[in-house]
Write a protein that binds this ligand. Sequence first.
Ligand code: ADP
Ligand code: MG
Length: 879
Amino acid sequence: MRRAPNVGAASAKAATPFMRQYLAAKAEHPDAFLFFRMGDFYELFFEDAVAVAGLLGLTLTSRNKQDPEPIPMCGVPWHQRDPYVARLLRQGHKVAICDQLEEPAPGKKLVARGVTEVLTPGSVTGDTFLEPATNNFLAALWPAEDRVGACLADASTGEVKLLEAGWAEAGAVLARVRVAEWLLPDPLEDALRARCEAVIAGLGGARSRVPVARFLDEARLPARWGDDVIERYADLPRALAAASAALDYLDRTQGGAALQMTRVERWREDATLRYDAATARHLELFQPQPGGETKHTLWHHLNLSVTAPGSRRLRAWIERPLGTLGEIERRQDAVAAWLAPDAPRASFREALRGFPDLDRLSSRIACGKATPRDLGSLRDALQRLPDLAAGLGGLPGASIAEAREALAGIPELESLLAGALVDEPPPVSKEGGILRPGFDEVRDGLYELAHSGKRWIAELEASERTRTGIPSLKVGYNKVFGYYLEVTNAHRDKVPADWERRQTITTAERYVTPALKARESEVLGAEDKLRAREHERFVELREFAGRFVVRLQAAADALARLDAESSLAEAAARYGWVRPAIEDSDRLVIEGARHPVVERLLPRGEFVPNDVRLDATRRQILLLTGPNMGGKSTYLRQIALVVLLAQCGAWVPAERATIGLVDRLFTRVGAADRLGAGQSTFMVEMSETADILRSASARSVVLLDEIGRGTATYDGLALAWAVTEHLHHAAGPRPRTVFATHYHELTQLAETLPRLANVHVSVKEWGEGIVFLHRIADGPADRSYGIHVAQLAGLPAPVIERAREVLAELESERTVEHLEAAKPAKRRAKPEAAEPELSLFGAPAPHPLADELARLDVNALTPLAALQRLAEWKERFGR
Ligand code: ADP
Ligand code: MG
């Protein structure tokens, strides 16, 4: 990250008390940019200034310009601080805020200053710094040789997730959620550090180190959560150590106890449908593949929730689908309730629109960070709760009843806030303008005093004009001299003797009178007191609201859930999805399955639905063959997405679906999508495949797309062959598997493996060419379609003819024995390129499309990218 500030160079200039003050504050927070409050600005100095000016595009100036070595400086107006800070946080930096701890007063040389807050990517609570629709986790890790304890803490919502697991499993979890900042112990043994690095690599988020002692503080958690909570997690000592460090870190960065961190939960992987980061990427759940668009993701179409907390909840459900029948059915029942013909889905969603983020509001209230504007939002939220509860109408079900109770409202808090706050309270608490007249007598008195004084001063202008006969006389105000009477030079001689001259400007003179000064101090004094009084009463209000945090969180929780459930119902209704039957079996039967995203992006009715029939006892492995662009990858992905949606409790894009509970879902694509990480495609592919063979069970679903491509044809084929056998083997894991492959040789496996069935994507010959039907049918594919594709692409007739001959020759040799005993000479005769169909283009290919096809790595394409490519070609080649 950043270099340490240049304190050495600075100390030479530390002669002034001001600089000493700055350097002392900076020394406490060497890894953060120090925002140093000076009057109306936050200033940065030295290397901080140089770096931040670059990062934010600010003008770099300098302090003490006359010095031989001036100090670099840049700054932002105090009230515009947060958007700038937010940009630094998003780039993974930290910011320490050094504020003025007292009002600057005339005559006082140096204002007391101190760091009041440290803002880091993983500990912030303000809306400006946060993404509305995702959790913002701080992940503390407490590593050991064989396992790791982790605490995922979201300061903005008060959620704390405790997890203790082996490295591989923990790595999969941490890759699935969005971590904004990592917290590691310091010092850390090299071996353990390397393990942590391996987990974090490529995941993004800032890194922070804290002393080991903060992980080992045994008093912190019981004091915060109570002994019974700690006992409940006694089997997760490493996760508790991580939690201890995380809470300590949040306390320190927030400059006060992080009391919002109460929603403690165990992160259990065994009761969920697990999938790893590679699967999430291949399925484009939240992120499109490189070069793709947001609309290619499942999230883009599935997330129809109307509030940010609803989105976060839904996202968490997809990140961690359910793993038990009971839970899935409960969620399905909740979704079903919203789909009943008379369910108030539309009206409820409409009523929920624009509802404040009560989750994050309650967190800020709990930790004393809520602003007057936040309390205003809370008031508005509380006023809307009864309507929302009523809006649930007669919806049935235990979960709705529970929600109705949580939405009961908090009348005593609501009426207090309604009486106390102005309609639109300001975003800061120290500048007044918060309270409604009539709420606080002292405040009203000060307000009256300040304003009567101002009125008196305003009237003075008129009365002094009359008294002195100076028509241009004006009352003005500036920071240095306070209120004054200004007289233009032409009327100077009419100034009465009791006026005192204070300032001369080119066109006028400025005066004060004893009466004016007396009023002025009254006005200014009253205004100061008024602001202080409002702040004081505001803090009281916030503390009072803090007593209701548990109830507020319960209401927030209920609303997030209702939003997420009703949005799943909305998706089901909008897209024509069905409720899947989930059962405790090894079957996977889907009729008329569609790909939820590809279907949306094709013209209506163009997507061809397909059936899936798998079970671990008779039809465990489907070997899917067929020409490129036939729809193999799309088929695989839609199976995965249907399983995933089903176990989230969602409805699925199919006509009917019966799904035997799945414990793990694996998808692997033999493509070069991780070359950036420095491993070769083949290495990645094989280590991912090894992971499947190690961790799949009879309850898993495995979808392999062209595995083996990354190496020479024979190696790849042999490996694909062995992997398939292993998955099939009676003593092996026996997961339900679909294997899409271009290795036509593998179709022979059906002869020896009883639970393996061949299926293919069908194409129809149409005159000279072929048409892709995108329909999956039983039996192996006809090999000659590669040549049809070539023909379609416009290869000259003699080349096509020759290709047919070569194919026939190869076909006759295609046996297992041949595979094992292949002679080098024959190997060379065999097309070497990874794609047998395409390799025929090795002959001179005059048509530009043939050229394009030959260069295309079809399997690195997502189905949608392929679609785009096809459209492009149609444009260019007129087909
Ligand atoms: P393969 O993996 O066999 O090369 P893809 O799954 O990548 O084929 O599909 C190629 C293209 O065909 C996709 O871009 C998609 O638009 C289209 N396609 C795939 N499956 C279907 C389907 N079931 N219905 C309609 N179009 C489909
Ligand atoms: Mg494919």
